[in-house]
Design a protein around this ligand. Structure first.
Ligand SMILES: Cc1ncc(COP(=O)(O)O)c(C=O)c1O
Length: 283
């Protein structure tokens, strides 16, 4: 596997960063995960826009313009195998003497790697996945795609320890998102999702799902969703770049709706697969 580190292309084992890198010391950095289908990046412009948003939010200058990022990403795809891949990009505030305040001269660290992307197991779409709820105990800037992921790590682990795929997070009695995904609620034929504010990550898949639903005439309501509505949903979905759209059919051990992936999920999955196919054809 060939990775990119600060202008160099290296085997993964040879890619090293100094121990004083602020990413390592403080978790001072941001990242992106970009799916690639048939060797074409999916929604690249949107991912690069979100990267810029995260960098601006942490006051770190973007080390590359959009054209440079695009060229680097195309090179990364080219030097890795697999028609479908997912790219991981990380930018940190680089190595510096340990001090919380920003260093006077910043030398950002840029790292990129590619991993083969397997489509979600069809059984997960046929049977649905299980999730638990948990209190969202993260900070108030969940809109930044920060590499400081310890709260997300601990929340996701809570789910894994009880055999569930995801932790669905509640803050002050309202749905925010999953530990590593966005969450949609279906009720009476309409789609409901929390607003993209500081309490959740503005998912690229979330936007695709909202756009596809609106174009297909599915009513979409972006609004705060109370815990009771989450628990009384006809359908629940989770969305992320690597897991696409998956139906949650059990929440905290109770069935969601009738316990089977619902009709709106089937419709959205078909729309999503068709949309992916247009990317693969270069659309
Ligand atoms: C906390 C969180 N929310 C939402 C998402 C979904 O974002 P995207 O659809 O851009 O992958 C992710 C992705 O991993 C995430 O970590």
């Amino acid at each position: 596997m060939t990775v990119y580190l600060n202008g160099r292309w290296l085997p993964m084992e040879e890619a090293m960063v100094p121990v004083l890198d602020r990413g390592f010391i403080f978790g001072d950095g941001v990242y992106e995960v970009i799916p690639v289908y048939s060797r074409r990046p999916f929604r690249l412009r949107e991912h690069l826009r979100r990267l810029q948003y995260s960098l601006t939010a942490i006051k770190l200058a973007n080390p590359h313009g959009e054209a440079e990022w695009t060229a680097l990403i195309e090179a990364l795809i080219a030097c890795n195998e697999g028609e479908d891949q997912y790219l991981y990009l990380q930018v940190t505030r680089g190595p510096a003497k340990r001090d919380h305040a920003f260093p006077p001269v910043v030398r950002p660290t840029v790292f990129m790697m590619s991993t083969p992307l397997l489509p979600p197991d069809p059984v997960l779409k046929q049977e649905g996945v299980t999730a638990i709820t948990a209190i969202d105990n993260r900070w108030l800037r969940c809109d930044i795609k920060s590499i400081s992921l310890l709260p997300n790590v601990l929340l996701r682990q809570l789910a894994v320890e009880v055999g569930a795929m995801e932790a669905v997070l509640l803050r002050d009695g309202f749905l925010t998102e999953g530990a590593a995904s966005n969450i949609f609620v279906v009720k009476d034929g309409a789609l409901h999702a929390p607003p993209k504010d500081n309490l959740m990550l503005a998912g690229i898949t979330y936007d695709v799902v909202v756009e596809l639903a609106q174009a297909d005439g599915i009513p979409v309501h972006i609004r705060r969703i109370a815990e009771a509505e989450l628990r009384n949903a006809d359908e629940l979905w989770l969305t992320s770049s690597t897991r696409e759209v998956l139906p949650i059919t059990r929440l905290d051990g109770k069935v969601v709706g009738n316990g089977r992936p619902g009709p709106l999920f089937a419709r959205m999955d078909a729309l999503y697969q068709a949309f992916k196919a247009t990317t693969m054809r270069g659309g």
